[in-house]
Design a protein around this ligand. Sequence first.
Ligand SMILES: [Zn+2]
Length: 387
Amino acid sequence: MITIENANVLYGKDLEETKANVLIDGNEIVEVSPRVKKGKIINAKGCIVTPSFINSHVHLGDSVAMDLGDGKPIDELIKPPHGLKHRLLKETPPSILIDSIRKSIWDMIHSGTTTFLDFREGGFKGINLLNEAAKDIPIRKIVLGRHESFLNPYEDESKLKKTLDELLSISDGIAPSGLGEITDDHGALIVETCKNQGKLSAIHVAEYQKVQNASLNKTGKSEVRRAIEAGFNILIHLTAPISDDLELVVKNNIPVVTCPRSNGMLAVGIPPIKEMFEAGIKLLLGTDNLMFNSPNMLREMEYALKVTRGFNKDYFPPKEILKMATINAANALKLDLGAVYEGKLADIVIIKQKSADPYLSIINRTESEDIKSLLVDGKLIYNNLPL
Ligand SMILES: [Zn+2]
C-alpha cells in the first residue's frame, strides 16, 4: 500500500481541487480522504496530485525524422506512400527505429504521460517494431496498425479481411491514414472487422480544407460524414469542419482528438476546440507526428489553451484542457483510469505546484523537472519526494 499525503488533489471526474491523502492498494486507488494513512508514505506537500496524461494521438515511428523537411507542403511530408516520412521509415534500419522510439517513450514518461495511442505505419513489421521498442517500459500503449494494401482500391475484400485479422492479432485496432487514401467500402470493412473483435478503429479527418474539398469532389460528402457513415470509433483532427460536420459528430457521440501544435506547425489551421466543446463533443488531445512535435502533453496543453483563447478572443477554461489529456481520453478509450477517484487504476502524476491555480500551474508552468513522482498501475516509476 502507498499513501500520498498532504497534497492538493485534483479529485474525481471533474478534477475538483481537494486537500486530501490518497491511498493506493495494489494497482487501485482505494480511498481519498483527509485522514487515511497506511503503507508507504509519500509526502507531497506543496504538490498537485493529478491523473497522469493520456496522449491520444501520436506517430512514434517518426522519432527518426525529427524536424526534417520543415516548410515543405503537408502532402510531400506525410501523405502515404511517398511522403518524406514514409520514405525515411522504409529506409531506416529497424534497430535505429527502435532506439529512437524508445527515447520518445521515455520523453513521454518524463513529461507525465503514462498512456499513448499510436498510429503505426509499416504493416506487421511496424507493429512488431513498436511492440519490441516498448516491451519493458512502464507505459500503457494502444497500437493501431495499418497495411499498404489499404491503398489499393481494387484489393479483394476477402484478402483485405485476412490482412485485417492478422493485423488485429498483434495490435489494438486499425487506423488508416485518411479517406483520401482508402475507399469507403474498405473503410466499412475495417470498422466492421475491428468492431467484431472489440477493437478500436480511428482515422484522420478534415485535417485541412484541401482534403475536405477533395472528398466533396470525389463523393459529394465531407471526410467527416464518410468516416461517421463507415462507423469509425475515433476521429483525429477535425480542424476544418464544413456544413453539418460538427452536428453529425455530436449526434453520433464520436470522440475527437485535436492536435493543435501539429496543425500549427504544418500551417493548416487551428482546431475549433471552443466551438466543439460548446457543441458537446468529447474532446481529446494528442501530440501527433514526432516529426513536427515533441510528445510532451504539457506543451500540447499550453498551446491548446492559448491558441483557443487567442483564436476566439474569449476565455476558455484550463480545467477543460486538462480533462482532454486525462478523464475525457480514458472514457473515450474505455480505460478505467484518468481520474484520482476510488476504484480507478492508480495512474497518477505528482507535480510541484508553482502558482495558486493548480490547473494553470500544470498547463502554464510545469517543466519535466517539476514532475516529482509518477505511478503507473499503482507502481512508483520514479519518485523525488521524501518517503
Ligand atoms: Zn496523425
